[in-house]
Design a protein around this ligand. Structure first.
Ligand code: COA
Length: 181
């Protein structure tokens, strides 16, 4: 069973921050909202900010998703702040042995190994607790850091949608990668 708030890993980051990786918990809405709005302000400033009400609803859906094993949200926390997140979403039907991962870390905490730790833990839970065999993800051709990180963790490129991603008002290639667990 996957329990809300369950701690998956604790470690000290490359810059000396104490990091806890755990599943989403009932009281996470304000912190999760702060984190998301931080990422929106950086990467997609024209997009609408998340309200507390919307985030509270989303957290409840995520908690349900965790209990049903339909969506597993991992939070990276330092002090009382959520500074990173990784969402693991198992597919259904004939692809129910597969799942998808998405990842973000707030700018101030990048290059500390937190993204790496989140992906590794998500892959571990995917394999051991959800019986998934393949993880799928996507990014875009301009995201050199993510491409490098995923390649380093064993993901292989399997497809491209030319101009499938909008970055800073420009269409760029969307890159798909997978890894067998
Ligand atoms: C992509 C992202 C999640 C990486 O998180 P992170 O915590 O900084 O990653 P890590 O510190 O674990 O870095 C792991 C690897 O990423 C790559 N990397 C990190 N910083 C890099 C840089 N400045 N230049 C090139 N590669 C870099 C390296 O391969 C690095 O491995 P190394 O430390 O052994 O050299 C983070 O940059 C982010 O949230 N970006 C914005 C949102 C995003 O792009 N999400 C993913 C795509 S959808």
């Amino acid at each position: 069973m996957l329990k809300p708030g369950q701690i998956i890993k604790e470690f000290v980051s490359k810059k000396g921050d104490h990091i806890v990786i755990r599943f989403i918990d009932n009281n996470d809405a304000p912190n999760m909202r702060r984190m998301k709005n931080n990422i929106i302000a950086e990467l997609d400033p024209e997009s609408k900010k998340v309200t507390l009400k919307d985030q509270e609803k989303l957290v409840q859906e995520m908690l349900q998703g965790l209990l049903n094993k339909k969506e597993v949200l991992f939070c990276a926390i330092t002090g009382s702040e959520i500074i990173g997140r990784c969402l693991l979403t198992p597919f259904s039907g004939p692809s129910s042995h597969m799942g998808e991962i998405s990842l973000s870390i707030i700018k101030e905490f990048r290059e500390e190994g937190i993204g790496t730790a989140l992906i590794k833990e998500a892959c571990g839970v995917a394999k051991d607790k959800l019986n998934l065999r393949i993880i799928d993800l996507c990014t875009d051709e301009t995201n050199i850091i993510a491409l490098d990180l995923y390649r380093k963790l064993g993901f292989q490129k399997y497809g491209v949608i030319p101009k499938g991603h909008l970055v800073k008002n420009k269409y760029v290639d969307k890159i798909f990668m997978y890894k067998e667990l």
